[in-house]
Design a protein around this ligand. Structure first.
Ligand SMILES: [Zn+2]
Length: 49
């Protein structure tokens, strides 16, 4: 399930983005990963998510 919009993955989450924050694994669907690409790549904490 997407950590941002709550979308449920259809099949394997091969295209989803996995981000580990504080030991918690978060998954983001394509749309959300794209929207948060800069934040994810910058490895920023995301209290605002
Ligand atoms: Zn999403």
């Amino acid at each position: 399930m997407c950590s941002r919009c709550g979308a449920v993955a259809e099949g394997p989450q091969l295209t989803w983005t996995c981000s580990v924050e504080n030991g918690i694994r978060r998954y983001f669907c394509d749309d959300c990963a794209r929207a948060n690409l800069r934040a994810i790549e910058g490895r920023l904490d995301s209290p605002w998510w």
